[in-house]
Design a protein around this ligand. Structure first.
Ligand SMILES: [Zn+2]
Length: 94
C-alpha cells in the first residue's frame, strides 16, 4: 500500500514518517514539522498565525534539505550494506 501525504503529495517512501490521521488523510513528518514551526510562531496566542511568503519558503527549504539529507544517508547506508555483503561473500571459504 502506497501512502501519499495529503498536504504535500509525497509518497511514504520519500519521507521519514507518514501518519495516517484518518482513512484517506495522511500527513508526513515534514508537513507536521512545518505545522509545529507555524504553531510556535503563534506568539500572541490569538490562534491566528500569519506566515509570510518568505518564511514559508524558508520552512519549505529546510524541509527539503532535511529530506535530501535523509535520502543521502539512506543511500550511504545501502552502499555500506552492499559493501559488507561483498566483503562477507569474498571471505567465505570456497
Ligand atoms: Zn507532507
Amino acid at each position: 500500500m502506497i501512502l501519499i501525504c495529503t498536504a504535500c503529495g509525497k509518497p511514504h517512501a520519500d519521507v521519514y514518517k507518514m501518519i495516517m490521521v484518518t482513512p484517506g488523510i495522511n500527513l508526513c513528518d515534514e508537513c507536521i514539522n512545518l505545522c509545529v514551526h507555524i504553531l510556535h510562531d503563534d506568539i500572541d496566542g490569538s490562534g491566528l498565525v500569519t506566515v509570510t511568503t518568505g518564511e514559508l519558503a524558508k520552512l519549505q527549504q529546510d524541509a527539503l534539505e532535511l529530506s535530501l539529507a535523509r535520502t543521502w544517508i539512506g543511500a550511504v547506508r545501502n552502499s555500506m550494506d552492499r559493501a559488507d555483503e561483498v566483503i562477507t561473500k569474498n571471505r567465505e571459504p570456497s
